[in-house]
Ligand binder design. Structure first.
Ligand code: ATP
Ligand code: MG
Length: 137
């Protein structure tokens, strides 16, 4: 059994898609181990996206991720990391497969509705960045 870290990004929260995304998570067999609504600050966003700070798209990414609240999730399932990335679909919603969350709820490469960890090391880092042990059921 494996854990991954997910974010329901500002555009999906603004559009009223929290419920549908959480329903998709539960229907796909994930167990929710951590769940919190919060608003990221620029400093928190920089720490989270440390690998992207300095890239051309980072200022746009930070503006977007801090513009309104997000939902943070720790998800558990067999093969959780790879499976959650399949459920989300491609980073660019225009290239995401039919039925995926980014196809349904993404608006652009930046405003792409959800985040998912890309490796076991990222998942461990990202879960620990946002959740302490007492917040994980
Ligand atoms: P995420 O990490 O959010 O799950 P990802 O792993 O598919 O997405 P990354 O390469 O890690 O994609 O990029 C992180 C986020 O930065 C993307 O989800 C997207 O919102 C944004 N991003 C990446 N590349 C671009 C770009 N060229 N233009 C605008 N935004 C971008
Ligand atoms: Mg990524």
């Amino acid at each position: 059994i494996e854990r991954t870290f997910a974010i329901i990004k500002p555009n999906a929260v603004q559009n009223g898609n929290i419920g549908e995304i959480i329903t998709a998570i539960e229907k796909d067999g994930f167990t929710i181990r951590g769940l919190r609504l919060t608003r990221l600050t620029p400093a928190i966003c920089q720490g989270f996206y440390a690998e992207h700070v300095g890239k051309g798209f980072y200022p746009e990414l930070e503006n977007f991720m801090t513009e309104s609240p997000v939902v943070l999730l720790c998800l558990e399932r067999e093969n959780a990391i790879a499976r959650w990335r399949e459920v989300m679909g491609a980073t660019d919603p225009a290239k995401a497969a039919e039925g995926t969350l980014r196809k349904k709820f993404g608006e652009s490469m930046g405003r792409n509705a959800t985040h998912g960890s890309d490796s076991p090391a990222s998942a461990a880092r990202e879960v620990a960045y946002f959740f302490n042990a007492f917040d994980l059921a």
